[in-house]
Design a protein. Structure first.
Length: 263
């Protein structure tokens, strides 16, 4: 399916960028934001080259990875939490449901449109990753690829989760609360569970499979890619689970779309 030809995707984009300002004002704002990004890049790169030392590239990439993980896990649950509830609140959802569009077109159109901010965020950091890789003899390409696999799978998983709750509930507040409840369980609940189950074993953080879905543990494994023997299994397990959940939620929405959408 061609996403760019999907009318739901196009509608979501138009509603996102719709504003009362003229095109000239929007271009000016975009230019200023672009100039700000270039200035930040200039300052960071200059600092790394002057004062970073031999590990500047590796240290800079690790800091950028942590920042991206924090932003993804903070922002992505909210990206799609109002994608469907807003339509219901505006009483336009039923009209969309009973169009000739297939359920898959509606679901994937909304999901892809709501993933764009996360994609833009990752693209903004991509030149810095390439620069860090180029100047660092200790930073491996596999490490950078592992980081992006983790970031992309997290963004898709969290956004799809928000969309699913937006489809289940009729109020944006309920969908948003459940989306961030998932984040809380993975971020705080799993470490607490490990502490209860393996009380007194301080090494459980390194080997317990319960933590392999915790964003802190996965990020730590990638940061210690060459020194953590569990790094590859942790990344493989977390990615497989997240992709599986995404596939299940999308299939659930598509298969039961019209029945639950009009209840």
């Amino acid at each position: 399916m061609n996403v760019l030809a999907n009318p739901v995707f196009v509608k979501e984009l138009k509603s996102t960028v719709r504003a009362r300002q003229s095109p000239a004002v929007l271009l000016t704002i975009a230019g200023l934001l672009g100039a700000g990004v270039v200035y930040v890049y200039y300052q960071v790169v200059t600092f790394m080259l002057r004062y970073g030392g031999t590990n500047a590239g590796s240290d800079g990439w690790q800091a950028a990875l942590v920042l991206q993980v924090v932003l993804i896990w903070m922002l992505c649950p909210a990206l799609a939490a109002n994608a469907i509830t807003k339509e219901r609140e505006q009483q336009t959802w039923e009209m969309l449901v009973f169009t000739l569009l297939r359920p898959s077109e509606i679901v994937l159109g909304k999901l892809c449109a709501r993933l764009l901010p996360a994609a833009i965020l990752l693209l903004l950091f991509l030149p810095f990753t390439v620069f860090s890789l180029a100047i660092s003899p200790s930073l491996a390409l596999a490490e950078c690829l592992a980081g992006y696999v983790w970031l992309v799978s997290s963004a898709v998983f969290l956004t799809t989760t928000g969309l699913f709750f937006s489809w289940i509930f009729r109020k944006t507040a309920s969908a948003l609360a459940c989306a961030y409840l998932v984040v809380f369980v993975l971020l705080i609940g799993l470490p607490l569970l490990v502490q209860v189950v393996h009380y007194g074993r301080y090494d459980a953080w390194s080997w317990s499979p319960v933590l392999w879905l915790c964003p802190i543990r996965v990020t730590g494994a990638i940061l210690a890619w060459s020194g953590d023997p569990y790094a590859i299994p942790i990344l493989g397990a977390s990615t497989t689970v997240f992709v599986g959940v995404v596939a299940f939620l999308i299939l659930r929405m598509v298969m039961s779309f019209r029945a639950l959408s009009v209840e």
